[in-house]
Design a protein around this ligand. Structure first.
Ligand code: P5A
Ligand code: ZN
Length: 469
């Protein structure tokens, strides 16, 4: 792919996912096909969250007084907040913020809900729209001003240990979710200067995009007791003493759909893993006038059979050249295409085409086994798509040891480089400026006898570096 940006914009239009022409910068329209993919992706995520969390829905507006309470948090967001200042012609007594995220909307209510240790833990999530007046270059799904698919989880716990466990649980949920979608990631702990405003620390998932830059696709934050102090979220222990709750929040956005598109798409267009595909199978009857009935009778049966067995299937009976239909459905990313023509029926075969590999296969047709065959191919597609995208992320991750390799590697190959680092903020920021890169974050690693790539002091971490979106 020569120009990722251009390719990405085209695919949104050509696969009929989004219309970016909405007349407000940073805001786009979800089209039916895009919305279905979003729905299936959200279903997969919510199924994981629902095992151990409850869904809620908070208002979109936050009183200025609440937003302003947590000083560090508000400082992190103040340049990005949209304000509602009027009701009709009247100025509002108190300005209302369109939530940029929901900590300051949710935690005042936590303060009312939590009385005793019996009320804990609280584990809730919501899928909402949030607004951020982004000043960097906006792009559909990737950097938007209305995040239309903000899935955020917020929890409160009696102890620090439980909060730590929730961080691990959040990471596991996202790992499973991204694995199901075949979205590759590297997980690291964000450096101090780039953690979520108000948090103790931030764990982040980053995916390497086709152009070599990384995109942050999810974050998990340990909030410690900072917000609990700010919003007075206290509980009574068994012995009558009071403590502040320990909190965790994590979230992801429309970027998940962007990463899904980027991870699997190619020159032919979109390529979807079956779990999120609006149609998992497209049947193309090859029709000639004289044998139309025989073919359609066959394909109608096949369609019914697959549908009755829980496969999302569609048949394209339009009077168009088959080649034109193939091209259209490939562009839309349908994982499997089945072609049936008169000769196939005579030979008792069907032709199965995989979107991901382009592989074409003649399969003996048997009503009793065809469902299993199709399910098996869909599973193989899921498996292989995940392998392929993980491989890309691995092959684009380079371990280096010398500072002169930083710029060279990033500029030539893109992706993520890993090296040893002292962990000092001054050194990290110096590195970012000197090499024109971003420090993604750190991972634990065996660093005996290793020194910092930048300053030469003893190394404390393995650090991940890249150019970012
Ligand atoms: C966690 C959920 C939070 O807001 N509060 C509740 C925490 N974290 S975050 O890192 O600021 O945002 C979560 C994820 O949202 C994505 N994201 C965006 N996506 C599209 N357009 C934007 N303007 C945008 N800003 C953030 C990122 O993936 C981020 O990790
Ligand atoms: Zn250093």
């Amino acid at each position: 792919m020569k120009n990722f940006s251009e390719w990405f914009h085209n695919i949104l239009e050509e696969a009929e996912l989004m219309d970016a022409r909405y007349p407000i910068k940073g805001m786009s329209v979800w089209l039916p096909r895009g919305f279905q993919i979003r729905k299936y992706a959200l279903n997969a995520l919510q199924e994981l969250l629902d095992k151990d969390h409850e869904e809620v829905l908070f208002p979109m507006l936050i009183p200025q007084s609440e937003l302003a309470k947590e000083a560090i948090h508000v400082k992190g967001f103040e340049e990005e907040v949209y304000w509602v200042t009027k009701g009709g012609k009247r100025d509002l007594n108190e300005h209302l913020a369109l939530r940029p995220t929901s900590e300051t909307s949710i935690y005042p209510m936590f303060s009312l809900w939590v009385r005793s240790h019996m009320d804990l833990p609280i584990k809730v999530y919501q899928t909402v729209n949030t607004f951020r007046y982004e000043t960097k270059h906006t792009r559909p799904l990737i950097r938007v001003r209305e995040i239309t698919t903000f899935n955020e989880t917020h929890t409160a716990h009696a102890t620090e240990e439980e909060a730590e466990k929730e961080v691990m649980e959040g990471i596991e949920i996202y790992k499973t979710f991204f694995d199901e979608l075949g979205i590759p990631y590297s997980i690291s702990k964000r450096p101090e200067w780039d953690k979520f405003p108000g948090s103790k620390y931030t764990m982040a998932f980053d995916m390497i995009m086709p152009d070599g830059k990384t995109l942050q696709i999810a974050t998990v934050h340990n909030l410690g007791t900072t917000f609990a102090h700010t919003f007075d979220i206290q509980f009574e222990n068994e012995d009558g003493t009071h403590d502040y709750v320990h909190q965790v929040c994590y979230g992801l956005s429309d970027r998940v759909i962007a990463s899904l598109i980027a991870a699997h798409g190619d020159e032919k267009g979109l390529s979807l893993p079956p779990v999120v595909a609006p149609e998992q199978v497209i049947i193309i009857p090859i029709i000639f006038k004289e044998n139309q009935d025989v073919v359609l009778n066959f394909t109608d049966n096949l369609e019914k059979l697959l549908k009755n067995n829980g496969i999302r299937v569609k048949q394209d009976k339009r009077e168009l050249r088959p080649g034109k239909k193939y091209y259209e459905w490939e562009k839309r990313g349908v994982p499997l295409r089945i072609e049936v023509g008169p000769r196939d029926i005579e030979n008792n075969t069907i032709v199965i085409n995989r979107r991901d590999t382009g592989n074409k296969e003649f399969v003996d047709y048997d009503e009793n086994t065809v469902v299993d065959v199709v399910k098996d191919r869909l599973d193989s597609i899921t498996h292989d798509m995940k392998e392929a995208s993980n491989k890309f992320q691995e092959e684009k991750t380079f371990a280096i040891e010398k500072p002169e390799q930083i710029k060279k590697t990033i500029n030539k190959k893109g992706g993520i480089i890993t090296c040893s680092w002292c962990g000092e903020t001054d050194c990290g920021k110096d590195m970012e400026e000197k090499f024109d890169i971003d420090v993604l974050g750190t991972q634990e690693s065996d660093l005996e006898n290793k020194t910092c790539i930048n300053c030469g002091k003893d190394a404390s971490y393995k650090v991940l570096i890249s150019k970012t979106y």
